[in-house]
Design a protein around this ligand. Structure first.
Ligand code: PLP
Length: 380
C-alpha cells in the first residue's frame, strides 16, 4: 500500500493503516461519546453500536450462532492473557500448550506461569510451517490426566501460513477436556469469507488494527462464558471491566464491512507469486520460509549476505517500509524465532526480512517495489 508519495508500506502484519471508511468517519468527527453503561440516550446509542458490531462479528466469524458469544478488549495480547491466565486460575495443575512458532506473547506467558509454578510446553512444527501433529499428540497423550489448553495459531504472523482447523476436531474427540484457543489475530484478510470456526473451538481472539480498525481494540469469541475474566470491574457480561471503547468497536464494524467488499484473494495471490518469483530471480540464493506456493499476503525471506537491520534501513531510505518479523522482535537484533524453527541457521535468521501487504496493494506498486529491491540489493 502506498502511504505517502515516498513510501510503500509492507508491514501490514505489524499493523495496518485505517480503512478508508474509518478515515471518512473520523474526519466527520461524529463520535459516540456516551458511556455504553449509561441509561440515557447517548449511552444507549453507544450500546447499540456495540451490539450491532457484536452481531456482525458473531454472524461473520462463528457458525455456532445460538451458543456463541464474544467480549471486546484492547487486542489480542489482552485476549490471550485473559484466556491463558483464566485457565491457570481455574486449573492450577493445567498445562498450556503452544507451538514454537507462536507469537512471542505465548513465550512471555509461559515465563510468567513458570514463576508461579504453572506448567506450559511448546510443540514443534514441520519445515513447511504446519504443526507437527505427531509431536502434539504425544504431548497430549503423556498429559492425559491434567486439563490442557491448546493455543492454535490460525494464520502465522511471520510466514502467513494457514493452519488447518479441521485437524482439531479429531484431537478434541480423542482428548477429553482439551480446551482449544485459536489465535486468529492475523486471520482477517488472509482467510476467505465466510469464516468457519470448527465446532470444537472454545475461544478465538482477534485484533482490530490488523485489518484497518483502530489500535487498542479486539475481541475474543467464546463458546461458553464460564471462565474467569482478567479485568475486574463489571463491564462486558462481567468478562472485561472498564468503559467500552465504542469508537474502537465501531471502527471494527466499518473496517470489516469494507474489507469484505473490497478484498480479492486472487489478486493477493497473484501479487504474492509475482513478488516471490521476481525477488528470487534478482537474488537466487534468498531463502523463503513457509513458502509452499500457498499465496497470501506475507513473505519471510533470508538474504544470503545482508543483515536484517541493514536491509530495513536501506529499504526505508529507498522507499519501502518492511520489518524483520514480529513487531516485538524488530528493534532488537535477535534472530527471527520462526525462521529458526523452519530450518534457518542463526545467521540466516539474522538476515530475515518480512514483507506483508493487504488488499489495497496495486499492480503498479508491485512493479515499483520490485525495482526498489533491485536497486537496494545491487548495492551490497
Ligand atoms: C499472531 C498474533 N497474535 C497476537 C498478536 C498480538 O496482537 P496485539 O499486538 O494487537 O495485541 C499479534 C500481533 O502481532 C499476532 O500477530
Amino acid at each position: 500500500m502506498r502511504l505517502t508519495s515516498k513510501h510503500h508500506y509492507l508491514d501490514h502484519n505489524a499493523t495496518s493503516p485505517v480503512a478508508d471508511s474509518v478515515n471518512d468517519w473520523i474526519s466527520k468527527g461524529d463520535f459516540f461519546f456516551g458511556n455504553a453503561n449509561s441509561r440515557h440516550s447517548s449511552g444507549q446509542k453507544s450500546q447499540k453500536i456495540i451490539n450491532t458490531t457484536k452481531n456482525l462479528l458473531l454472524k461473520k466469524i462463528s457458525h455456532l450462532q445460538g451458543e456463541s458469544n464474544l467480549f471486546f478488549h484492547s487486542g489480542a495480547t489482552e485476549g490471550i492473557n485473559t484466556i491463558v491466565k483464566g485457565f491457570w486460575e481455574a486449573h492450577p495443575n493445567g498445562l498450556f500448550l503452544f507451538s514454537e512458532i507462536d507469537h512471542k506473547l505465548c513465550f512471555a506467558l509461559s515465563n510468567w506461569g513458570e514463576k508461579k509454578s504453572f506448567k506450559s510446553q511448546f510443540f514443534g512444527v514441520n519445515e513447511d510451517g504446519s504443526p507437527d501433529l505427531e509431536g502434539l499428540e504425544k504431548l497430549l497423550d503423556s498429559n492425559k490426566n491434567r486439563p490442557i489448553l491448546l493455543n492454535y495459531l490460525w494464520a502465522n504472523n511471520e510466514t502467513g501460513v494457514i493452519w488447518d482447523q479441521s485437524l482439531l476436531n479429531d484431537l478434541k474427540a480423542k482428548h477429553q477436556g482439551l480446551v482449544i484457543h485459536v489465535d486468529a489475530a492475523q486471520s482477517i484478510g488472509k482467510i476467505e469469507f465466510p469464516f468457519k470456526h470448527e465446532q470444537c473451538i472454545d475461544f478465538a481472539t482477534y485484533s482490530g488494527h490488523k485489518f484497518g480498525a483502530f489500535k487498542g481494540v479486539g475481541w475474543t469469541y467464546t463458546r461458553s462464558i464460564e471462565f474467569p475474566g482478567l479485568i475486574e470491574g463489571g463491564g462486558d457480561q462481567g468478562l472485561r471491566g472498564g468503559t467500552p471503547n465504542t469508537e474502537g468497536i465501531y471502527s471494527i464494524y466499518l473496517a470489516l464491512e469494507e474489507l469484505e467488499k473490497k478484498i480479492d484473494f486472487v489478486h493477493l495471490d497473484n501479487v504474492y507469486h509475482k513478488i516471490q518469483s521476481s525477488l528470487q530471480a534478482l537474488e537466487p540464493l534468498i531463502k523463503c520460509y513457509g513458502c509452499t506456493g500457498q499465496g497470501g499476503n506475507t513473505l519471510l525471506l533470508s538474504h544470503p549476505r545482508i543483515n536484517s537491520d541493514i536491509q530495513i534501513a536501506a529499504f526505508d531510505m529507498a522507499g519501502i517500509q518492511l520489518s524483520a518479523g514480529s513487531a516485538c522482535s524488530s528493534g532488537s537484533s535477535l534472530p527471527n524465532h520462526v525462521a529458526r524453527a523452519l530450518g534457518a541457521s542463526t545467521d540466516e535468521a539474522k538476515r530475515v526480512i518480512r514483507l506483508s501487504w493487504d488488499y489495497r496493494i496495486k499492480n503498479s506498486e508491485v512493479e515499483e517495489i520490485i525495482d526498489i529491491f533491485k536497486n537496494v540489493w545491487a548495492k551490497f
